[in-house]
Design a protein around this ligand. Structure first.
Ligand code: GLN
Length: 197
């Protein structure tokens, strides 16, 4: 007999669909059997979500579009309710509280100072394998003009680093990483996020 307890609840996870790597996130979410992924453009859609991904792309463009689409305060309210938010690459820049380049209006959801394009000048793009203690080992990660976390508040858990620069962190319901987990076929990071939601 099937009981409620052994049926895994379906989770509705949105991907902010303004600019950047949206389809890749939707595809990776679709590879997890108890997830319904949806592309999100309007603040009315936030109500039905268990979690939201802010994808990589261009943080200046995404921040402008968040304002134009009246999503700035609604996303902050969504985070305040304790719903999960996962910011990847440009999404990490947007979730932070401070950045070395002030042309990006940040949502201030996680207490981090972001070095935008931190890896960008020397190496524009690279792939590496990361050990991330709560998730697993040898997880592939793609870095594209990637930022890093230059400073983090005490409440922030730093999860992994590259060349001594923190590239993934979490603070309660907010998860951020400097790289693109959705451009690989390994969905362990995505599963970790969905389970937090
Ligand atoms: N450097 C870009 C920015 O800060 C982020 C790059 C990316 O998301 N791949 O907007």
């Amino acid at each position: 007999m099937t009981t409620i307890a052994n049926v895994k609840a379906n989770k509705i996870i949105g991907v902010l669909n303004l600019q950047g790597a949206v389809t890749e996130h939707l595809n990776m979410l679709a590879s997890i059997d108890f997830v319904s992924p949806i592309a999100v453009k309007k603040n009315e859609q936030l109500r039905q979500l268990d979690g939201l991904i802010i994808p990589g792309g261009e943080s200046t463009a995404i921040s402008r579009l968040i304002r134009q689409n009246d999503l700035f305060e609604p996303i902050q309210a969504f985070a305040k309710q304790g719903k999960g938010i996962f910011g990847t690459c440009a999404g990490l820049v947007l979730c932070g509280t401070e950045t070395s380049h002030n042309e990006v209006e940040q949502l201030g959801l996680i207490d981090i100072l972001v070095e935008r394009n931190g890896f960008g000048r020397q190496i524009n793009s690279f792939e590496t394998l990361l050990d991330i203690a709560p998730i697993g080992q040898q997880i592939p990660a793609v870095f594209i003009r990637a930022p890093y976390i230059a400073k983090a508040g005490k409440q922030v858990k730093q999860l992994t680093s590259v060349d001594n620069h923190c590239v993934m962190a979490e603070q309660d319901n907010i998860l951020v990483c400097s790289f693109h987990p959705e451009l690989t076929t390994d969905n362990r990071i995505m599963r970790y996020f969905v389970e937090k939601c």
